[in-house]
Write a protein that binds this ligand. Structure first.
Ligand code: TRP
Length: 359
């Protein structure tokens, strides 16, 4: 009666943006609800991943709980027994399996991970330049944690035998690595792990997103991201509704004075049209049609600003209503169940590598 498993990790550090909400959180919650009849859904907060790059540790714990509450506020059902919501560090098997997998992973495999290369900034000359420019202290060296992160991610997936893992572009390499290490262990030790499906199959399974991407308001050629240099282009779920409305009013547009959907020529206006579509739950086409030809950008922006404002008022109210005790109890019951599942896998691995007696 065990169901196949869909697994996804939802990062906790930093604040979620409107882009994260519509591009990540909502689609995942929808998916979980739709698939939970046939699949076990593992949603977890990869808290051990939170400090592969420097963070404010004094804030981490409350951010982890906040993330769980955000999911509840966004509609994740807490009473669905096929959906588990758990914190990685509450299931110690993740760390233990990571160490074992580490010993079968080659340094070269990890060194070529794009995300590692991007984030580690190994290029010293570039670093020094940055240091001068920003006139602030930058960490000069990279942690082993950042380097090792894909192995922990592989453990996250392999402990539960997850077949389906929705992955964004930045995670495809890590998923491929997970498949590699699973296959390597299987060929060395016999069938230990379920090998997750390849990226192409993952995309077929989850379907393509509607292509709606929220862009930065100041630089609409970039994705809206919390790592942007300025907060002015980024709407956070925690912004006050007025703050957020101001950001919309200040969004970069163009001098055409003609509302049209043209992401190349009018990226700012096109982005506002998309935001409006997402916030109103309407088809993009309908929103484009409604505003087509509007000449006063100010009027158009005001409408979008109002939408953002009422969305945030509503969302923040829902967040306030979230029953923290219910969230904690969901986390705890999920963690209990997950420890059982994960420990069973870990034990098989420990037996295979010789740390435990064979049955
Ligand atoms: N690496 C993912 C991210 O940065 C988060 C994550 C950690 C994850 N472990 C995972 C995602 C396992 C899927 C499966 O977004």
């Amino acid at each position: 009666m065990t169901k196949p498993i869909i697994l996804t990790g939802l990062r906790a550090n930093n604040d979620l943006t409107l882009g994260n909400y519509f591009g990540g959180m909502l689609p995942i919650i929808d998916m979980a609800q739709q698939k939970s009849d046939e699949y076990q859904i593992n949603m977890f907060i990869p808290d051990l991943h939170s400090f592969t790059t420097p963070i404010k540790h004094e804030l981490l714990y409350s951010q982890i709980i906040q993330t769980a509450k955000l999911f509840a506020a966004a509609g994740l059902p807490l009473d669905n027994d096929s959906i588990y919501l758990y914190r990685q560090s509450y299931v110690p098997a993740h760390s233990e399996l990571t160490w074992i997998l580490d010993c079968f992973t080659y340094t070269g495999e990890l060194a070529r991970m794009t995300q590692f290369k991007d984030k580690s900034n190994l290029d010293e000359s570039k670093l020094l330049l940055l240091k001068k420019e920003q006139n602030k202290l930058l960490t000069l060296s990279t942690s082993v944690g950042l380097y090792n992160y894909p192995v922990l991610m592989a453990a996250d997936i392999l402990l539960y035998g997850a077949k389906y893992v929705p992955v964004g572009d930045d995670q495809t390499q890590h998923l491929e690595f997970t498949r590699d290490i699973a296959e390597r262990m299987n060929s060395k030790f016999g069938e230990l792990f379920v090998v997750p499906e390849a990226v192409k199959k993952q995309h077929e399974f989850f379907g393509n997103d509607q292509g709606l991407r929220i862009m930065d308001l100041v630089d609409p050629t970039r994705k809206m991201s919390k790592s942007a240099t300025s907060d002015k282009g980024v709407i956070f779920l925690s912004d006050t509704p007025d703050e957020a409305a101001k950001k919309i009013m200040g969004a970069t547009t163009d001098d055409k004075a003609f509302v049209a959907y043209d992401p190349l020529e009018q990226p700012g206006i096109s982005n506002l049209l998309q935001i409006s579509a997402l916030l109103s739950g309407k088809e993009l086409e309908a929103v484009i049609e409604k505003h087509a030809g509007q000449e006063r950008y100010g009027d158009f922006k005001k409408e979008v600003a109002e939408q953002v404002k009422s969305f945030l008022v509503h969302f923040q109210e829902q967040l306030k209503q979230v029953d923290e005790a219910a969230v904690m109890s969901k986390l705890e019951s999920s963690e209990k169940a997950m420890n059982e599942q994960a420990n069973a896998t870990l034990y098989r691995v420990q037996q295979a590598v010789g740390l435990r007696p064979k049955a």
